[in-house]
Design a binder for this molecule. Structure first.
Ligand SMILES: Nc1nc2c(c(=O)[nH]1)N[C@H]1C(S)=C(S)[C@@H](COP(=O)(O)O)O[C@H]1N2
Ligand SMILES: [Mo]
Length: 200
């Protein structure tokens, strides 16, 4: 559901996107595949990283917070045409995960599995940018459950459906596993600057 167009700014925006201010109850009335925010108990929560890697691992909440923290300011673009500019994300850089697990040579793809059953995938190459973060804070505050807490993927150059919320498993694979929206007509490349919205 697109928030109201309050304040149109077209500069710095990818093609056919409009900017929406942050006042919107972002994430609170957003339809997700489960229709509700999954209940997650941080004491039992862990991030599993597995598949085609030398060193599979499980990071519980405490250990996740011990990883080097990165900050990245980026815009968020929904495929329905609205963007939110200047979001200050903090979390673990995807590069750090790669450093820890050491993907095997054949690990060209990565699938993100989420607590609500959602799934999306990217190439390992697409995930190696400095601005790709597994975020647990936004704008100086802990991430809200409606925005993906405890952990959400942020890939600014891709439409929001690649930005998995409530991530629980990161799976490195040799073959691409097609994601939820990508298997329902949305583009698998999802490049916001190329206007890659629908599968061809
Ligand atoms: N786990 C999970 N992540 C998800 C989704 C979902 O349904 N489940 N929806 C995707 C889609 S389609 C969008 S537009 C964004 C919405 O993120 P927001 O609620 O922070 O705006 O989350 C993406 N990540
Ligand atoms: Mo979406």
């Amino acid at each position: 559901m697109a928030p109201k167009e309050e304040n149109i700014k077209r500069e710095h925006l990818p093609p056919d996107q409009i900017s929406t201010p942050k006042l919107l109850k972002w994430g609170e009335d957003h339809p997700t595949i489960g229709g509700h925010v999954p209940k997650i108990d941080l004491k039992k929560w862990a991030l599993t990283v597995e598949g085609e890697v030398e060193n599979p691992l499980k990071l519980d909440w405490k250990n996740l917070l011990k990883q080097p923290k990165v900050k990245s300011t980026s815009a968020f673009h929904c495929v329905e045409g609205w963007s939110v500019l200047g979001l200050k994300w903090e979390g673990v850089g995807f590069q750090q995960i790669v450093k820890l697990v050491r993907p095997k040579r054949n690990a060209r793809f990565v699938t993100f599995e989420c607590a609500d059953g959602y799934k999306t995938s990217l190439t390992l190459e697409e995930l190696m940018g400095n601005d790709v973060v597994l975020a647990y804070r936004l704008d100086g505050k802990p991430l809200k459950p409606g925005i993906g807490a405890p952990l959400r993927l942020v890939v600014p150059s891709k439409y929001a459906y690649k930005n998995a919320m409530w991530v629980t498993t990161i799976l490195f694979t040799a073959e691409k596993q097609i994601g939820y929206w990508e298997s329902r007509g949305y583009s698998d490349t999802a490049d916001v600057w190329k206007n890659d919205r629908f599968s061809k």
